[in-house]
Structures are given as structure tokens and as C-alpha cells.
Design a binder for this molecule. Structure first.
Ligand code: PLP
Length: 396
């Protein structure tokens, strides 16, 4: 089928909620993708940070095939082994005490918000339910996580949004300190992803943690994008020297299958009980088996993630491109600050040239390559990047 035929049939019945680029991928292998017309691309996007072990990794494929052939789903009315092992593994990697499995990042954050409110209402009664989040943050597209998201452009058209969220400027601890007794939690991304790949100052994150301890607020790290090795640590908060009460995760956990969830510390262990929270698909044996294979593969890749990220940033900065004002990020979560034209225009040009990348915020391109990416694919991707920016100009 030609791309044009596919696009016409797709658009005839799939709602146009995404501003899609004119490409249809049909196959992936390692860090390369292939479109319907057979063209090859270097993948610096990983399906927005999801395909952390690249595409069709043989161990990941085998684990899924094995589990699919045995038992894909039974519901959470029963016990199952892959979820048991995955919870053990995630608690060991994070130092947390318990896990809840969901299907997406937004759902992970919804659950975290519910756990925080339940902890607070059990202990202090009603009237203490506000979750503080940061301006520029992104926490998801469900109504509550949209309300938590500190970017007004996502709120348009969807009012009234659920109450109980307060946005404060990042880095301003006084803005949180002055809040009153209606607060129950603070939720933040260690590196704001969708907002522009903006790492928070670790000192500020430690101050937030200390304030949460002082007031018995629940400290939630949204690690949907930063978690599971993306920043060179299993979780980015570990590099900042803090211990959240709740850590949410999704995206890269199962290497491409839908899985998310949250981890709680000992303090929050008893917050949710039977009937308080549930989801039909959460933690299916199939997705948990994929996650276990992903974690095995990432355990080998993790030690090199920081170095690869540093290499990419140094190479981009060393190109001396007039359109690039600098780089930022952590590990293989990389933002490239652009001057002039909109990032989406450059992203489209890169895609046409064979490099799949992303945008972040209003001024940056974003690279989230598979964490297993090798030197050859990094070089191939950077060559496309450099050549594309050198020969093209895009007017403001
Ligand atoms: C930090 C963060 N939280 C939550 C979400 C929402 O995740 P999902 O799209 O899986 O619902 C995202 C998605 O980009 C994210 O980056």
C-alpha cells in the first residue's frame, strides 16, 4: 500500500487528535525504523521514550511470545507471577516498598494523586487535598492530570477541570512554603520533559522534599519520562539525593507494551486498600513479562547511558550550528535549544532526511533514543542532524 492510500483510509476513520507527520512506519529493528515505502530512519525518539530497548529486541520478543503463548491476561481478581517478580524488582531498584500497576503515565499519576489524598484524609480528615505542581509541568491528559499539568494551553476547551491543584513557579521554594493547610502533596518531574527538557535544580528538589517532610505532605516524583534508566539512573530522583513518598513510571518500563504504575514508600504503604483503586488491564502477565525482559536488557545498557548522552550533547554543541543555542537534559533525555524557527518545522525536516526526533516546549528539539543505542547509530543520526541543519534555513 502506498503512503497516500494508507493516509486517506486512516484519516477517514481515525479521529484527528494528533498532528501526525506524513510517515507510516511498518517495521523496526534495533534503532532503525522502516516506513511503508521501505525508507530507513534512525530512531532518536523511541516512540516518545517508550522503546528503550530498541525495536524487536530478540530477548524482549522471546519473553513476550513465551508469555503470550502461556497466559496474557487474567484480571486483578487473581494473583500472577510476572507481576510479583516485577514489583520485587522495581522495589529493589528504587528502595520503595510497594507497587501498583496501571497502563499509562496519566493513569500512574491519577493513582498517585489518589494515594496521596487517601493518606492525607485518613490521617487529617477532609479539607487537605490540594496537590501542588509546577508551572511548565506535564502530568497527562486525563482530566485530573490535565488539571495538575502547569501549562494553560492544554487546559483550553476542557473546563471545568477538577479542583484541588495549585501551580507554582519551579525553583521558587517560597511559593510553596507560603501555601496553607489545604495542601496534601507536591508532585514534580525531576526533569520537565514535555515542558522543554528542563532539569530542576537538585537543591530545589531537596528543599521541596524537606518541606514535604516538615508538613507531612506526600512528595511525588513523576518519573513517567525520566524513569527506568532514561537519565542514566533507574530513577532521576536517585541522582538528586531525595527519597519520594511516591514515584510514578510508565513509558520505557515495558519497552513498547502499555504499562505504567507507581511505587510507594513504607509511609504510604497502607494508604490504598482493597477497593480503593483498580484497573482491568493493570499489570497483565504479558506486559509484566515484557517489563522484566526490558529491565534485564537495561541493566546491561544503563552504565553507558550518561556517557552516550554526554557524547551526543558534545557533538551537537561542537557542530557550531547557528540554529542551536545549546543543549540541556540528563542522560539520554536531551533537549536542543533552537533559535529562530519552530522546533516542529525542524523536526519535519529531520524526519524527511531520515532522523526521527521530537520537540519539547516551544523552543527545543528533543532526543530520546533507545537506551541501547550504539555508536554507529548515534553517529548516523548526528550526521543527518548536522547535514540537515547546515543546508536548510527556516524563516521565522
Ligand atoms: C512526565 C510525564 N507524566 C505523564 C505523562 C503522561 O503519560 P501517558 O501519555 O502515558 O498518559 C507524560 C507523557 O509524556 C510525561 O512525560
Amino acid at each position: 500500500m502506498s503512503f497516500q492510500d494508507l493516509q486517506t483510509r486512516f484519516d477517514a476513520h481515525v479521529l484527528p487528535t494528533y498532528a501526525r507527520y506524513p510517515v507510516a512506519f511498518i517495521r523496526g529493528q534495533g534503532c532503525r525504523l522502516y516506513d511503508v515505502e521501505g525508507k530507513e530512519y534512525i530512531d532518536f525518539a523511541s516512540g516518545i521514550g517508550v522503546c528503550s530497548v530498541g525495536h524487536a529486541h530478540p530477548r524482549w520478543v522471546a519473553a513476550i511470545a513465551e508469555q503470550a503463548g502461556r497466559l496474557a491476561h487474567v484480571s486483578n481478581l487473581y494473583y500472577s507471577e510476572p507481576g510479583m517478580v516485577l514489583a520485587e524488582r522495581l522495589c529493589a531498584l528504587s528502595g520503595m516498598s510497594g507497587a501498583f500497576f496501571a497502563n499509562s503515565g496519566a493513569e500512574a499519576n491519577e493513582g498517585a494523586i489518589k494515594a496521596a489524598r487517601k493518606y492525607s484524609s485518613d490521617k487529617y480528615g477532609v479539607g487537605r487535598a490540594v496537590v501542588v505542581t509546577l508551572e511548565g509541568s506535564f502530568h497527562g491528559r486525563t482530566l485530573a492530570t490535565l488539571s495538575a499539568t502547569g501549562q494553560a494551553q492544554f487546559h483550553r476547551h476542557f473546563h471545568p477541570l477538577p479542583a484541588g491543584f495549585q501551580h507554582v513557579p519551579p525553583g521558587d521554594i517560597a511559593a510553596i512554603r507560603q501555601l496553607d493547610g489545604s495542601v496534601c502533596a507536591v508532585m514534580l518531574e525531576p526533569v520537565q520533559g514535555e515542558g522543554g527538557v528542563l532539569p530542576l535544580d537538585p537543591e530545589y528538589v531537596r528543599q521541596v522534599e524537606a518541606l514535604c517532610r516538615e508538613r507531612d505532605w506526600v512528595f511525588i516524583a513523576d518519573e513517567v519520562q525520566t524513569g527506568i534508566g532514561r537519565t542514566g539512573h533507574w530513577f532521576a530522583h536517585q541522582a538528586m539525593g531525595v527519597a519520594p513518598d511516591i514515584v510514578t513510571f510508565a513509558k520505557g518500563i515495558a519497552g513498547g507494551l502499555p504499562l505504567g504504575g507507581f511505587l510507594v514508600s513504607e509511609k504510604l504503604r497502607g494508604a490504598l486498600g482493597p477497593g480503593d483503586h483498580a484497573t482491568t488491564f493493570g499489570g497483565t502477565p504479558l506486559c509484566c513479562a515484557a517489563a522484566l525482559a526490558t529491565l534485564d536488557i537495561l541493566a546491561e545498557a544503563l552504565p553507558a547511558v550518561a556517557e552516550k548522552g554526554a557524547l551526543i550533547r558534545a557533538r551537537v554543541e561542537g557542530m557550531g550550528l547557528p540554529q542551536v543555542a545549546g543543549t540541556r537534559g540528563m542522560g539520554l533525555m536531551i533537549g536542543i535549544k533552537l533559535v529562530g524557527a519552530a522546533p516542529r518545522d525542524w523536526n519535519a525536516k529531520l524526519l524527511a532526511a531520515g532522523l526521527v526526533s521530537l520537540t519539547a516546549g516551544s523552543d527545543a528539539l528533543r532526543f530520546l533514543p533507545p537506551l541501547v543505542i550504539g555508536e554507529q547509530d548515534i553517529e548516523a543520526g548526528l550526521t543527518i542532524f548536522e547535514n540537515t541543519l547546515r543546508v536548510n534555513t527556516i524563516d521565522n
